[in-house]
Design a protein around this ligand. Structure first.
Ligand code: FES
Length: 121
């Protein structure tokens, strides 16, 4: 049997401590105020902020809105968020997460929120 098409499934394995993510939530069509929502997410191999959001959307909370059509390589810039206590602007696909991390994710521009992490550029 050929081993060429086999993968070691490392990228789908849960390894290490889960990540705690606090994420900005706001739907201007129904919410009066924004709020922060906490998620405990299983850590997986090579997880970034972008793949963390995908994991939440696909396996925990499909109501989370973010731009999911992305290059994943730091080129397009559609994954721009602000993270951490300093509200630092980043490209989410270029930020690796460590096992057991605690991350705060805010929209790139809170004044232009369409919904959750989606902003009008
Ligand atoms: S997904 Fe394109 S820059 Fe991050």
């Amino acid at each position: 049997m050929s081993h060429i098409l086999q993968s070691d499934n490392k990228e789908t394995q849960e390894i290490g401590e889960p990540i705690t993510a606090e994420i900005f939530r706001f739907d201007p069509s129904v919410d009066d105020q924004p709020r922060m929502q906490q998620y405990i997410v299983p850590y997986k191999h090579r997880m970034s902020i972008f793949t963390l959001l995908r994991e939440i959307y696909e396996n925990i909370d499909p109501s989370l809105a973010f731009r999911n059509q992305q290059c994943g390589r730091g080129i397009c810039g559609t994954c721009r968020f602000r993270i951490g206590v300093n509200n630092k602007p980043v490209k989410g696909c270029t930020i690796p997460l460590l096992s057991g991390s605690h991350v705060v994710i805010m929209p790139y521009n809170e004044k232009k929120v369409v919904r959750d992490l989606v902003v009008d550029f």
